[in-house]
Design a protein around this ligand. Structure first.
Ligand SMILES: Nc1ncnc2c1ncn2[C@@H]1O[C@H](COP(=O)(O)OP(=O)(O)OP(=O)(O)O)[C@@H](O)[C@H]1O
Length: 309
């Protein structure tokens, strides 16, 4: 089966709230796709529609080219973690997984495999009600992996995790994608997806604001700015401005330079005997790139409102 999710023109209204307003995107295999947007942007509703838990007013959602309700043994096509708290507290992790596995014709051996994959061996026979949030997230991921599905979908898997848990999930998600799966991960914090997502679908108000590779997004936001550390701030400013750069002082010994490449800056400072300790091309963080994106969409909305008056 093809490892993909295809969402086309989803619309969904809850009373007066337009939760989805033309949501469309593709999730491809071999990378983690981050599904990012502020609270209420429509991420969970989209995931629920993909899994057949909500019916859209319009549009379609396909897993490997087929709608969820038409899948036989769905756990073998798509694994999902929607709510890590949704488990029977009196049941052990192993029993919870055995019950799920039996419902889909999967073996107890597979249960032990996924327990090991997520690192829950030592607590698998303890009641899940006593699990920490991190252990519940691991159990939810184990359940999602039971059928060894080509498509995975996780709603806010970083929520409430400690730094160690976040690092673990990041690495684990990357390894699942490298195996050729399509992995969709929602988050409302861009920083959580740093070093994990290769592609991003950014949403706001029920529709897609940006659909881009992380590399392109960061390159676009990095803007060719260079950070220069020097004890001779005024001399450096004079030399670089003379060469056509725009220079701003950001700290007592730090300048931000635009309009000149790093190697050119090094040559100019050397030729004019201006001492410096560091020259570094600025690489925007995912968070900065996201802020840049959001700012653009806010400006766009403001212009639209003006224009419609
Ligand atoms: N069952 C429901 N009944 C009424 N309104 C709903 C329902 N489900 C979602 N909504 C509304 O639809 C909008 C989208 O919600 P959704 O949970 O999909 O957003 P989200 O991007 O997942 O947000 P968050 O980051 O907070 O989880 C919100 O305004 C929400 O209040």
């Amino acid at each position: 089966m093809e490892a993909s999710i295809e969402v086309s023109g989803l619309r969904k209204r809850f009373g007066r709230t337009m939760a989805l307003d033309g949501m469309s995107f593709m999730v491809s295999p071999g990378q983690v796709t981050g599904f990012v947007g502020p609270n209420g942007a429509g991420k969970s509703t989209t995931m629920r529609v993909i899994l057949g838990l909500d019916t859209p007013d319009q549009g379609s959602a396909l897993i490997g080219g087929r709608p969820y309700p038409s899948l036989r043994n769905p756990l073998c096509h798509v694994g999902a973690l929607l709510d890590a708290a949704a488990l029977q507290p009196s049941r052990s992790a192993r029993n919870h997984l055995l019950w799920l596995a039996h419902s889909q014709g999967l073996t107890a051996r597979r249960v032990d495999e996924v327990v090991e994959l997520v690192g829950l061996e030592s607590v698998a026979r303890r009641k899940a009600g006593g699990y920490s949030l991190g252990m519940r997230q691991r159990l939810g991921i184990a359940a999602a992996l039971l059928g060894d599905p080509p498509v995975l979908m996780l709603d806010e898997p970083f929520n409430g995790l400690d730094p160690e848990g976040i690092v673990w999930i990041r690495g684990f998600l990357r390894s699942l994608a490298v195996q050729g799966r399509a992995v969709l991960v929602s988050s409302h914090l861009m920083s959580e997806l740093q070093d994990t997502a290769g592609h991003l679908v950014v949403v706001g108000r029920g529709r897609v604001v940006a659909d881009t590779s992380v590399t392109d997004l960061i390159a676009g936001a990095s803007d060719g700015r260079v950070t220069l550390r020097t004890a001779a701030r005024s001399e450096a400013m004079a030399v670089l401005a003379e060469a056509g750069a725009t220079v701003a002082a950001t700290d007592r010994d730090t300048l931000t330079v635009s309009g000149l490449a790093t190697d050119r800056i090094v040559v100019l400072l050397g030729a004019n005997a201006v001492p410096f300790s560091e020259v570094m091309a600025h690489r925007a963080t995912l968070e900065e790139a996201y802020m840049e994106l959001t700012r653009d969409s806010v400006e766009f909305r403001a212009t639209g409102a003006e224009a419609s008056r």
